[in-house]
Design a protein around this ligand. Structure first.
Ligand SMILES: *Cc1c(COP(=O)(O)O)cnc(C)c1O
Length: 340
């Protein structure tokens, strides 16, 4: 069956780097092959560079971004724990649902869609619930195009509440500072700003998070995503747990190589420049940006169409006539907006 060559301008997958595509055609390696282990080690080192962390436990989870989300919650949360979640879009909602399935009592800090979360309100919620196990926020809310400010949450370092951050749409697109911001657990995805096909979720866990996992009363409900068991493979012991998706990891290794060759500062500047140009152009055309000014993501623009325009018809024409994919609105913006 023929496959068209699309320009993928939606919220992901994005077009991968040529280096990542070429890597997928390289000879297949087994997951215990010393050549593969060397690539895995270097991939983990590259992920530490991109996440700006020294965390030893930094590796790609087998699965997309949501698998990384699930890995964080299922390992860090025990039934009956209190979990504080900032919610200003679809992915904050998803965090609540995943935490709920882990048996957590959820404390929501809601904000209107299109506005950023107020870090002070999150810190106040922690002060009201000092025993909370975890405070979770989405850094780049892909449903609205809003950046949530994570840096002030470094104050959680002085509490017993761990900080969990979703960096699926931010990693590679805007600065992410895992160590500087005191992030205890972070997860991302390969297909958004890292330029690699979907299928892996880079994650990182601080020593404090690892300690929390090791002192759980019961093992996590998920065997597949059990950090202790996976750690025996990605760490020193190389003990078989599940078959590592070797071809995807070779592709991630190559994609991270492209990101680091460009340099993180240069990549962020590029996203900023093209994002601003797109947003200015859309405003000139009479479209309305959804995210509040000052908190707009350059790498993900969420924009409402002028009234009277049928977004689905236009979006389909863009795909079939021009080969360009953009995303439709999610949640309350369905039928009204695009995500580019
Ligand atoms: C895309 C996305 C996810 C989910 O990732 P999948 O790869 O679709 O599983 C989670 N969080 C955010 C912010 C996202 O943009």
């Amino acid at each position: 069956m023929p496959i068209s060559d699309r320009l993928l301008l939606g919220p992901g997958p994005s077009n991968p780097y040529p280096e990542a595509v070429a890597a997928l055609a390289r000879p297949m390696l087994g997951h215990m092959d010393p050549e593969f282990i060397a690539i895995m080690d270097e991939t983990m080192a590259r992920l530490r560079t991109v996440f700006r962390t020294d965390n030893a436990l930094t590796f790609p989870v087998s699965g997309t971004g949501s698998a990384g989300m699930e890995a964080c919650f299922v390992n860090l949360v025990e039934a009956g724990d209190t979990v504080i979640v900032g919610v200003n879009g679809v992915f904050g909602e998803r965090m609540c649902e995943v935490a709920r399935r882990c048996g957590a009592d959820i404390v929501r800090v809601d904000e209107e869609w299109g506005l950023p979360l107020d870090p002070q309100r999150l810190l106040d919620a922690q002060r009201e619930h000092p025993h909370a196990r975890l405070l979770a926020v989405v850094h780049a809310e892909t449903s609205t195009g809003v950046e949530n400010d994570v840096a002030p949450l470094a104050a959680l370092r002085d509490t017993n509440t761990l900080l969990l951050v979703d960096t699926v749409t931010s990693l590679g697109g805007i600065p992410v500072e895992i160590d500087e911001w005191g992030v205890d657990a972070g997860y991302s995805g390969t297909q958004k700003c890292l330029g690699v096909p979907p299928g892996l979720s880079p994650v990182t866990f601080s020593p404090r998070a690892v300690d929390r996992v090791q002192t759980r009363a019961l093992p996590p409900q998920s065997w597949y995503l059990d950090l202790g068991l996976i750690g025996d493979y990605v760490g020193g012991a190389r003990k078989y747990h599940h078959t590592a998706p070797t071809a995807m990891i070779v592709a991630l290794h190559a994609g991270l190589g492209a990101v680091l060759d460009e340099g993180l500062d240069a990549a962020w500047a590029r996203h900023r420049a093209v994002g601003m140009r797109l947003q200015d152009g859309l405003v000139d055309l009479g479209w309305t940006l959804i995210a509040e000014e000052g908190h707009r993501l350059p790498q993900l623009t969420s924009v409402a169409l002028p009234t009277g325009r049928d977004e689905a018809v236009l979006r389909k024409a863009l795909l079939t006539e021009y080969g360009i994919e953009v995303g439709g609105g999610l949640g309350e913006f369905a039928g009204k907006a695009w995500r580019i």
